[in-house]
Design a protein around this ligand. Structure first.
Ligand code: ACM
Ligand code: ZN
Length: 689
């Protein structure tokens, strides 16, 4: 009997037939087409040979890789005799890319075919996963035809905030290869440390690569001090050019392109500390931006890029471009002169001038520029590709105007946020990005039109490491979320509707990776979202009109004017579009009146708030709850005063009244001396009759 799994129309059948449990395939990312038969497993053993029909260089690389991964069947006590044939061929029907492959396993053996060496490599990855999922020596009889959805399938690692050595990077490259990810974006420079040997600027690695403070937090609290590498207190490190060549070779053998990122014009405190003349103020302390008025800046950038280009073969070179405050540019004479000479009207155009000029330089060397979505401000450089991190809008805008876009929005792709209930996790930068939310991301929804989606080259997860002090912790944040990202990147959207089914496969991969020594988060112990967010709540105020005497903050609108009475409660983070945010120039934050439409007997009125002091989210310092029959004269039921307390963590607290009262209008006011306050629902309960 043959069962076709994974075609959308019959996915429901596959889910309800026992075959998927019996013949465990469990491949991540899920192949485009797979037919599984319930014939006996095809057994491999020490007698299994792999023959590769491909040019010598390609087959040499594949053989070397197989030698390194040491498949289990080669040493197992198995009588399996199945033979493996891998061959490069032209014009294989059904494949849409040289990364695609076909794989067939039956009683005659196993064949993998592809039009490119990378396709053979991915076919091999699928085979290795099939074997792992079936006890190490057996493969179910399958027929697979598979190609990626996106050409760019990326992972970014920030090695500036915490330095991780090259062996760690190679271990992650192995994990990427198994998930068919093909691009490592290497965030090599940032304020917390420069990580790349540059011969022309030795101070970058004698000084800017070292700091006082083991962790980013210690360094940050103690005033961002750098250190001479000879200082016994110096912490940090950098990659020598030999280290990089080693990483690059290892990555190339696994069909992974490494894109280096050299930050400019901002996130460059470590450079201006080592070479103060490159900032507007020439102050070695605390200046994040290069001076774009100074020719020396361009001399530096070009010299550095020369060495970067010589080392890294990637077509794209990432130049950062994000989050430049541009403050010193406004008062710098050289910047003013540059703006005058170039006819630039504002500092945004000055940033754009720098980006365009650097792009021209890269183009003159045969390379292309990629940067964070800020590179579009003030006009996008002509050939540049955009990495969209502040939502997907930047990527859409870039794609619309013909640029290539990579989607890496914070909400779905920033793995520095909590992956489970914050109280159960090591300190993270904030957020709440569980596996399911990563999996739910569609980087190129059909609704935006093919004119745009055709320029969306792919998707990437990022691991910024301010709160990720050790290599073990980095793996903990990366996995298993990277497996969801890999499937987002590879598998067509219509084939990955069912999170429950993915979750089953992710659990198995998670268990295997943990056994192999990856310090992955244990998915089997996931707690999940805040319990209040899992159901809706009924109460007297539900569906009633809310009169906002002060409006919410437009950055955190949630569901607008229905938010506080829609019965929907917020989750672990304020970015889930269920928490409404309130800011203001004075103490008053929230002032709303809920009209219950008639006088009611009341038993309780309350609202939940959260506090996360890192991003300046605070509990209210005062709450006043009052009621009225006519909407004019109010009786105060309760005033709650709680001075701000800078307690760490992600905290929740209810501010409410309980008692006996009557009223039609309920007024809820919250005050805070600083920051934003967030609430999700004002819950009004009736008195028992
Ligand atoms: C970024 O997160 N600043 C790209
Ligand atoms: Zn300047």
């Amino acid at each position: 009997m043959i069962k076709k799994l994974l075609f959308p129309a019959i996915a429901a059948i596959a889910m309800t037939t026992p075959i998927s449990a019996e013949v465990s395939t469990g491949i991540i990312p899920k192949p485009v087409e797979m037919t599984v038969s319930d014939d006996a497993l095809i057994e491999l053993g020490p007698n299994t040979r792999i023959s590769i029909k491909a040019p010598a260089e390609a087959s040499g690389r594949l053989k070397e890789y197989i030698g390194q991964v040491k498949p289990q069947w080669q040493t197992a006590a198995s009588n399996g005799q199945a033979q493996i044939v891998m061959s490069l061929e032209n014009d294989l029907p059904g494949l849409t890319s040289t990364e695609g492959y076909t794989l067939k396993a039956d009683k005659n053996g196993i064949t993998i075919k592809a039009e490119g060496e990378e396709g053979l490599f991915y076919g091999l990855q699928t085979l290795l996963q099939l074997i792992e999922a079936n006890g190490g020596t057996g493969v179910p009889a399958v027929e697979i035809s598979d190609s990626p959805r996106f050409a760019y399938r990326g992972m970014m690692i920030d090695v500036s905030r915490h330095f991780f050595d090259k062996e760690f990077i190679k271990k992650q490259i192995d994990a990427m290869a198994r998930m068919k990810l093909n691009t490592l974006h290497f965030h090599l420079t940032d304020g917390a440390g420069w990580r790349l040997q540059i011969d022309k600027y030795p101070r970058l690695t004698e000084y800017a690569a070292w700091r006082k403070g083991n962790t980013w937090s210690e360094w940050n609290i103690n005033g961002n001090q750098y250190a001479e590498y000879t200082d016994p207190e110096a912490r940090g490190g950098f990659y020598t050019k030999d280290d990089i060549r080693d990483i690059l070779e290892y990555a190339a053998d696994r069909h992974i392109t490494v894109i280096p990122e050299i930050e400019m014009p901002s996130h460059s405190e470590e450079v201006t500390a080592a070479y103060p003349e490159l900032s507007c103020t020439h102050d070695p302390k605390g200046t994040s931006d290069f001076c774009p008025g100074n020719e020396k800046t361009f001399e530096f950038i070009e010299n550095v890029l020369d060495e970067v280009i010589e080392l890294f073969p990637s077509q794209y070179i990432h130049i950062g471009g994000d989050e430049a405050p541009k403050t010193a540019w406004r008062t710098c004479e050289l910047c003013a002169a540059r703006m005058k000479a170039e006819g630039l009207e504002n500092v945004e155009q000055l940033q754009s001038y720098l980006i365009h000029r650097v792009e021209k330089y890269l183009n003159s060397k045969g390379r292309d520029l990629i940067g964070w979505d800020e590179i579009m401000e003030g006009g996008l450089a002509p050939n540049a590709a955009v990495m969209s991190w502040r939502g997907i809008e930047g990527g859409i805008k870039a794609a619309e105007s013909g640029h290539k876009a990579i989607m890496a929005p914070g909400r779905y792709c920033y793995f520095d946020g909590y992956q489970d209930a914050p109280y159960s996790q090591p300190e993270a930068i904030g957020g709440y990005l569980p596996l399911e939310l990563v999996y739910s991301f569609d980087p190129a929804p059909d609704s935006i039109g093919t004119d745009i989606t055709r320029n969306i080259a792919g998707v990437q997860a990022t691991l910024f490491t301010e709160y990720v002090p050790t290599p073990e912790h980095a793996e903990y944040m990366l996995y298993p979320r990277m497996s969801a990202l890999a499937e987002v990147a590879w598998t067509p959207q219509e084939l990955r509707g069912d999170y429950g089914e993915f979750h089953e496969r992710a659990l198995k991969l998670n268990e295997r990776m943990r056994k192999e020594g990856y310090h992955a988060f244990d998915l089997s112990k996931e707690i999940g979202n805040r319990k209040e967010a899992m159901t809706t709540i009924n109460h007297l105020g539900r569906g009633k009109k809310v009169d906002y005497l002060r409006k919410w903050w437009s950055n955190y609108t949630a569901a607008g004017e229905t938010t506080l009475t829609d019965g929907i409660r917020g989750g672990w983070n304020y970015n889930d579009q269920r928490w409404q945010g309130f800011v203001s120039g004075n103490d008053q934050r929230i002032d709303v009146v809920i009209d219950l439409e008639k006088v009611e007997n009341l038993d309780s009125i309350g609202a939940d708030f959260m506090q996360i002091i890192g991003p300046d989210v605070w509990f209210p310092s005062k709450v006043v709850i009052s009621v009225s029959d006519d909407g004019k004269d109010y009786t105060t039921l309760r005033t709650i005063e709680t001075p701000h307390e800078a307690e760490k963590g992600v905290l929740f607290r209810n501010y409410g009244w309980t008692g006996k009262a009557k009223g039609r209008y309920v007024r809820y006011q919250a005050f805070a001396e600083k920051g934003v306050v967030f609430t999700d629902e004002i819950v009004i309960n009736p008195a028992e009759e």
